[in-house]
Each structure stands twice: as structure tokens, then as C-alpha cells.
Design a protein around this ligand. Sequence first.
Ligand SMILES: [Zn+2]
Ligand SMILES: [Zn+2]
Length: 278
Amino acid sequence: MFDYHVHTEFSVDCKTPMRENCAAALAAGVTEIALTDHIDLRPSDPGYGYYRAEEYFASLERVRAEFAGQPLVILAGAEVDFHSQTETSVRAFIERYGSDYDFVIGSVHYAADGELIYPSTFASRTPDDVFADHFREVIRSVETGWFDTIGHMDIPKRYLPRHLRNYDPARYRELLGPVFDALIAQNMAFEINTSGIRQAPKASMPGPAIVRWYVDHGGSRITTGTDSHTAKTVGASVRETLEMLQLCGVTAVLSFRQRRGTPVAIGQLLGGISPDAA
Ligand SMILES: [Zn+2]
Ligand SMILES: [Zn+2]
């Protein structure tokens, strides 16, 4: 199993040392982990200036040495916040550091007006407006070609007001066609972010409906990640996600090295895990 979205003490909102995440990954049956800390390039963001790339890579080398010989591949990763308002800074970061990583997630965390996507986002807007703006921004992030995968593609659903939690993704199916077109044109993946399963949506971000439409659209590039901010959720719900993907007609997930993704058969991943370890 691959957990390609894990935060460490190099993220402003996380205190978990890399070594604890890696030990938890081994215990959970995860065979490849990507340590993907936040790269926040918006000056007003609490994480702005927090990430120190040189220290991150030095720490990664130490933890790789510590886990050498264990059945765990530890990838250099990043979760880069993307927004068209901060595109110049994102470009500078990617140009400077992009080739140092194995795997880079592009995630949209801010709404069109530059406010963090949060419950308050829905105070003055309809879900339709929020999702339409959000997917436009996601398309821009894909069109840059700077990322390997798109993080939590339908994250606004995480913050929907309680009375709108049953919001049907079919309402924005038409908006997703251009997202899929852009992803396929760029040969870019999107992730199944399992954190939604343990949070309010009670479903992965995105969930099976969107995966099914993507497959119908001709797409096949998917990554899996837990978005863990604590060691205890490393690997959480990845196995059931692989089973969900199979039911949706996805036969492989991507494994990355030095920014290159290789499909690995889901059947092979599921076959390699004993039920006790799941
Ligand atoms: Zn994120
Ligand atoms: Zn994250």
C-alpha cells in the first residue's frame, strides 16, 4: 500500500517527527510513504515561511538511513498550495526545488476571492458557486503542469454546512469534464485523499462517483494518500480505497520516483497484504 500524503514536523500544523510516521507506516503495512509537507506561499497564510527545504531534505536523509533495510520506501514529497493569485511564487518554488522531490502534490486550499476554504466560505455563497470557482482554480493548477497529482480535488465538501452534507456530486458532474480533460492532457494524476472518510464528509476526497466518471472519461492515473497529521492515521483506509478503486474500474495506482509515475496493479498490492494487517 502507498501513503502518498503525510505531514511531518516541517508542516506548520503538524508535530509528528518523520521517524514516527515511518514506524507507523511499517506497522500499517504501508510499503511506500511520501512525506509531503505544506509549501504555503501566500504571505497571509499561517504556514508562510515555516517550511525550510534544506532542513527537510537533511532530516529525510537521516530517516532514510535509519529505516534502511526495512520494507519501506521513503519518498521526498511536498504539498504545494496552488492559487492563481500566488502563481508566481509557486513557479519560483517549483523551478528551484521541483526536481529535488520524488513526488509533488498541487492542492487548492483557497477560494476564488483569496479566503481559505472553510465553513465560513459557505456563509455568503451557494455550494454551486463555491464548487464552480474551486474547479476553475483546480484546472489552472493542472494546466501549469507543475504537479504529479492534485490533492483532495473536491475539498469544499469537507466544509459544507451540516444541512448540505448530502450534496450530490452529480450536481457538478459537468464541471468535472474540463478537469478530467486537463488532467489527461497533462498526464497528471489526482489523489484519493482518505482523510474525508474520518472527517465530516465520511467519504474520501474525491469519492467513488467522481472516480467512476473519470474512468468513463478515459482517465487512469490515481494516487492514494491519508493526509495524516498524526502517526496513528498513516495508512488509514488505504486498503478499502484500493477496493473502491477496483470496483470503479481502476486497475492500478501510481508509484513515484524522481517525479516519474509507474502504474502498480491494485491486485498485486491487495494480494500482498494479509487480512490481519489491514
Ligand atoms: Zn491540503
Ligand atoms: Zn495535506
